[in-house]
Design a protein around this ligand. Structure first.
Ligand SMILES: C[S@@+](CC[C@H](N)C(=O)[O-])C[C@H]1O[C@@H](n2cnc3c(N)ncnc32)[C@H](O)[C@@H]1O
Length: 218
């Protein structure tokens, strides 16, 4: 069901044959995560609010832990404290995660990948992590987060995750002026977000994707 794949930038990901969907872009898992979530999400946020030294991040879909590792590196590089909450309904096993992880990971970064679920753990001075094993549909943290990494499987594989009620649920997690980023650029998703009342921007996407979405909660 899960097949390890080598993506074009030399980083690994998985292909899920049941969903006919990969965990990351085949053009480069590392490149996509770094661009969509770190550069266009976290970096955009701190450039716009330079006084912000503590951010609460929510990730929909922990998967291989790649976004979490990159977020921790960003936090340390920029000396911004991140409280990172990530949810996954179907966590990968330690063995699966080890088979696709980045080659050079510090002890702290390995801790991100393999720490217990359901506990908040201080990974480093600038990064604490809470991994939640649950269905996103059960989340209920209204107006709590500064930024959402919305990393569900693509529309064709999980259309429900891109429906109005679930997208609204995802932006309900945000504080006012918080931002939501995703690799997705589908017109229907953009229109739903506009219809909910958010400001939606289509911005250039990572390699292989013309555009991606960044939404600001009004
Ligand atoms: C595209 S992958 C995420 C990749 C991940 N962010 C990474 O850095 O490797 C989508 C993830 O969403 C999870 N997922 C799918 N439906 C979910 C749901 N209803 N609630 C929570 N997690 C879900 C899947 O198990 C999968 O790990």
């Amino acid at each position: 069901m899960l097949e390890k794949i080598l993506t074009e930038d030399g980083s690994y990901s998985f292909y899920n044959s049941v969903l006919n969907e990969t965990y990351h872009s085949k053009k480069g898992a590392l490149t996509e995560s770094q661009y969509v979530y770190i550069l266009k999400g976290l970096d955009f946020m701190i450039k716009n609010k330079p006084n912000m030294k503590e951010l609460k991040v929510f990730e929909m879909g922990f998967g291989t832990g790649l976004n979490a590792v990159l977020a921790k590196r960003f936090a340390e590089l920029n000396q911004v404290k991140l409280s990172y909450t990530s949810i996954d309904k179907y966590p990968l096993t330690d063995h699966e995660i080890n088979s696709v992880k980045l080659k050079t990971l510090s002890k702290n970064e390995l801790n991100i990948l393999h720490s217990d679920w359901g506990k908040t753990i201080q990974i480093s001075l600038f990064f604490n992590l809470c991994k939640i094993k649950d269905d996103f549909l059960n989340t209920n943290y209204i107006n709590s987060f500064d930024i959402i990494f919305y990393d569900a499987f693509a529309y064709h594989a999980q259309p429900m995750m891109w429906s109005k009620s679930i997208l609204k649920k995802s932006t309900d997690l945000l504080k006012k002026d918080g931002i939501w980023v995703s690799y997705c650029s589908k017109g229907i998703v953009r229109r739903i977000m506009e219809n909910i009342g958010h400001t939606v921007k289509k911005i250039p996407g990572p390699p292989g994707k013309r555009e991606m979405l960044r939404v600001t909660k009004n």
